[in-house]
Structure formats: C-alpha cells, structure tokens
Design a protein around this ligand. Structure first.
Ligand code: S3P
Length: 422
C-alpha cells in the first residue's frame, strides 16, 4: 500500500472561524469561498446566527450579511460551541463589546478547558464575566459593555485564541489596545482585520490596534487548505515506501509552517511549488514523497507555537525515525481537546515505542510501531495521528473511537481512501 496522487485537503479551520466572525461584524455582504464544513465551524456559524447574523449558502459560497459591529442582538438561548476552543474564546471577546448578556457553553471537553486566560484581560477591559470556578471554566456568562477600556497586555502564553479575543474586544474600545506575545502565534486575525480596513500594526511580538476599528467587507474571502489537516497525510507519505502526494492550495502563512521546518530537520523530502497570495495569506502547493532517512530531532522552544496542533503527528513521525526526538516547552498541549502529552505517551507505549512523559513535553526513542488498542480520548488530532500509525504498522492498531475527527476534518477517511493505491 502507498499514498499517491494529488489532494486539496479541507479548508483551514482557524481562517474559517475568523471569516465567519469578522464578516458578521463587517459592513457589507461577504461571500466566503471554500469555508471549512466541520462540527467546530458549524457551531460558530450557529452561534453567530443566534446573535442575529444572517448566514446562508448560495451556490459555492457561504454568504454572511454583515451589518456592522453594533448589529448583534442578545441571543435567546445559551450559545453552545461544542468542542471548539477557538469558537468559544473568540466569541467571548466579541460578546464583551456588546450591550447585552451572552452565555457560552460547550461539550464535556470544552467545559474543562482554561478560560481564565481570556476572562482576565476581558475583565480588565470592562466586561463583566462570570462562570464556573469564578470564570476559570465554562459555561461563561458575559455581560458586555460599550465602549470597553483600552488595554496593554503582556500575554503569559503564546496563544492566538487569547490574542484574537482581545483584538475582537479591542474593536469595541476607544482606548489604546496593545498586546505583546512571548512568541509569535498564528496571525490570521491580524491579516483578516487589515483586509477589512482595520488598522493593525505588528512590530515583532507587539500588536497594536490603530484608530480605524470599523470593518468593511472585502466582498469575497477565499480560504486555502489547512496544513494542520494535511500534516497527517504528509507524514504518511513520508513513511510509506513509494508514496508521493501533491497537496494543493495549502495555507503557507509562516506562523503555521513550523511542520515544514520540522520536516527539513528530520529529513522528510518535500518541495514547495507555485507560491501565491490570497486575501493576504500565502498559498502554495507542497509535494511530499517517501523519505527513507528520517531522523530524530530536538525541537527549540521558539518553534512550539508554530507546530502546536501538529505535535501529535510529529510524535508518530518521531516513533518511526532513527534516534531520539525531544519536545519540551509544550505544556500547552495539556490544555487542548485532551491532555495530548498524556494521550501520546500512553498510546505510543501501548504500541511498543519507548517514550518518556515530561511535565512540558515528551521524549521519543524511534523504533517500530507494533499493534495495540488506542484510546483517542475523543480528540480529533489523537484519532487522526493513530489512524496514520495504523497505516504504517505491520500489526493491527485499533482505535476505540474516531467520531471526533468530524470536529475538524469530516472528509479525512474519504480523502485518505482517494490517495491509497495498491
Ligand atoms: C487556534 C489557536 C491554537 C490552536 C487551535 C486553533 C486558533 O490554540 O491550538 O487549534 O484558531 O486561534 P491557542 O491559540 O490556544 O494555542
């Protein structure tokens, strides 16, 4: 068995959330082309509808009837963001600038995830926020205020969700809004805001909102393919002899391409072709082929935010590499859809891989993936990583549940099938 052919994987999840949210408060209609269809983005779309936004499908577009940032209305019910941390944190920022009450909840996993990181700065900006454990975990009750106070915020963790929540709230402030990140995290919010005429200034790790905070629809937003979704098939192509896959229309924003830097360090053979720019985002094709000399790597702290969602699949690659892989400074992984450090160590150990759990990472000794039973912890990225491990192993690897994959990549198995050749 090998992977061969070309594929346009599903659209970028981070950009899809932002396209829906920002067009909802922009002035004018936005036609979104290639919006990701997934459980997470459906939750965000539904929540925006409950805030009074008209969103509908027209031919190949999702149309958002933006009526400006003051057009939102108090929702008649609780907004349920399902499994989506991005949906909840970004909408918390948006709700903070309204003049009404919004209640945000989610599934069992989301209701365990840390919200203090957004609640604290949003309270500083003047929003009244309550929630379980005094706002540490959802449900969150947000009573918005207009105008919000300005803020100068030094982020304790590099998080695009926190940065974006503050920027969204900042649109409803007349004061200074300045955010400093410890390390650069994905910057899709900044790019899209700029594309909608908002002044956003970025100098190194400092992001500042200028005086124009009114969003105008760019008319059309075209969304490229998600490198975090492609990463699974890229690793499979690198590990399975005779494979060669061309990934089309990939978002190659440098804040997202850490996986390609890791590939370079681990001797994965790939090539970038046909670079272009769409709506301020870099797009290109990436060809990946079977790579017989994959080696372990020790990852620097600065790359971690740029590979945060790809670490589970990097762990699969490391399990099949020659030598040791060391991943540290990644304690954020413990606060994702599940504790991904624990889930990877436990499951890789079951497959006969020698690995060590660190408080903030994992050390993996490359070897051979044996058969075994996997607990996916209802986390899409754990499920997709071990689905790829099952292709690479000569033994049977059985996953207890794969339904979580629908949160980000409902087409995962059908895309995989289309690439599989015997
Ligand atoms: C995301 C940011 C990341 C990432 C998540 C999507 C986003 O989370 O893990 O899957 O769209 O802003 P953090 O910003 O909390 O690290």
């Amino acid at each position: 068995m090998m992977l061969k052919g070309k594929i346009r994987v599903s659209s970028d999840k981070s950009i899809s959330h932002r396209a829906l949210i920002l067009s909802s408060i922009a002035e004018g209609k936005t036609y979104i082309k290639d919006l990701l269809k997934s459980r997470d983005t459906d939750c965000t779309m539904q929540a925006l509808r409950m805030l009074g936004v008209s969103i509908y499908q027209k031919d190949e577009y999702v149309v958002v009837e933006g009526q400006g940032k003051f057009s939102l209305r108090e929702p008649a019910d609780v907004l349920n963001l399902g499994n989506s941390g991005t949906g909840m944190r970004l909408l918390a920022g948006l709700a903070s600038g309204t003049d009404f009450m919004t209640i945000l909840t989610g599934d069992e996993s989301l209701r365990k995830r840390p919200m203090e990181r957004i609640v604290e700065p949003l309270r500083t900006m003047g929003a009244r926020i309550d929630g379980r454990e005094n706002g540490k975990v959802p449900p969150l009750v947000i009573r918005g205020k207009y105008p919000l106070n300005g803020i100068r915020y030094e982020m304790p963790v590099a998080s695009a969700q926190v940065k974006s929540a503050i920027l969204l709230a900042g649109l409803f402030s007349q004061g200074e809004v300045e955010i400093r990140e410890p390390l650069p995290s994905r910057n899709h919010t900044e790019i899209m805001l700029r594309n909608m005429d908002v002044d956003v200034e970025c100098v190194k790790n400092l992001i500042r909102l200028g005086s124009n905070r009114t969003l105008h629809s760019p008319g059309c937003i075209e969304i490229g393919a998600d490198i975090s979704s492609a990463a699974y098939f890229m690793v499979a192509a690198a590990l399975i002899p005779h494979s060669q896959v061309l990934f089309e229309d990939m978002v190659l924003n440098p804040t997202r391409t850490g996986i390609l830097d890791v590939f370079r360090m681990m001797n994965v053979e790939f090539e970038i072709i046909n670079n272009r720019e769409v709506n301020g985002e870099k797009i290109g094709n990436v060809a990946v082929c079977y790579s017989p000399h994959i080696k372990g790597v020790s990852l620097e702290k600065s790359i971690i935010p740029r590979i945060i969602d790809e670490i589970p699949i990097i762990c699969i690659l490391a399990s099949c590499a020659e030598g040791k892989t060391i991943i540290k400074n990644a304690s954020e992984l413990r606060y994702k859809e599940c504790d991904r450090i624990k889930a990877m160590v436990e499951n890789l150990t079951r497959l006969g891989i020698r690995c060590e759990e660190l408080p903030d990472g994992i050390i993996i000794e490359g070897g051979t993936l044996k058969g075994g039973k996997i607990n996916t912890y209802h986390d899409h990225r754990i499920a997709m990583s071990f689905a790829i491990a099952s292709l690479v192993s000569n033994d049977n690897i059985i996953l207890n549940d794969t339904s979580s994959i629908d949160t980000s990549y409902p087409m995962f198995f059908s895309h995989l099938k289309s690439l599989t050749k015997f």
